[in-house]
Design a protein around this ligand. Sequence first.
Ligand code: IPE
Ligand code: IPE
Ligand code: MG
Length: 237
Amino acid sequence: MEDKVRIPKHVSIIMDGNGRWAEERGHERVYGHTHGVESVRACTEAAVEAGVSYLSLFAFSEENWGRPEDEVSTLMKLMFKSMVDELDTLMNNQVRFVVLGNRARLSDELNRAIDSLMDRTEANDRLTLIIFLSYSGKWDILQAAKAIALECGGDRERIEALDSADIASRLVTAGIPDPDLIIRTSGEQRISNYLLWQCAYSEFIFSPVLWPDFRKKEFFSALEEFAKRDRRYGKVK
Ligand code: IPE
Ligand code: IPE
Ligand code: MG
């Protein structure tokens, strides 16, 4: 990457297409999820190499709880296993690990593994890797709205004084810059209830590549495409 100025600070990926990748090979869907973990590792290393500060990955949506029980439980086991296995990769690359989402729906065992990995990587400062787990954009906005409602009570003056920063600071992403670039793999061109508030001025790249095949080369070519975009934020030059 020659032009350092054009490196996005925050890249976010909707990791889609694991099931189709497995089915194309005559395997069960979970086979695709297993291979998807290798793409997570590859993209994390690529983000570190490129000098990206935040890499966030949509791993499991609130809606994904509605999938067949065996797929959900295999995915949760895979998350648990990855959190145990990937500690060395995270430490070697100086990556801070963060999980955001509705953690009340996760098992105690998984929550303990998440807390442990977050604690152990807390001081790492080359890249922040955020995994969105049991997350949805509407859930995020709703929990922020509830927090504000409780804080304001019926105080009209406080309610009138609210601004968009008051919402942003109560979303689970408080303190994290909005994604500059959102990539969705597998050819689908939709947001699927992801970062609804935070994507206000994100650039989007829809890649036809299925997530298990999305590796460093694909990540770097997305960064090259991003570098060509003209971001105007509603203004004129
Ligand atoms: C993305 O792959 C992983 C999750 C949503 C958990 P999918 O499982 O959605 O794979 P496709 O889209 O059915 O191919
Ligand atoms: C979006 O993918 C959620 C994640 C990648 C975690 P889905 O496969 O769940 O989305 P839809 O159903 O195609 O919209
Ligand atoms: Mg999908």
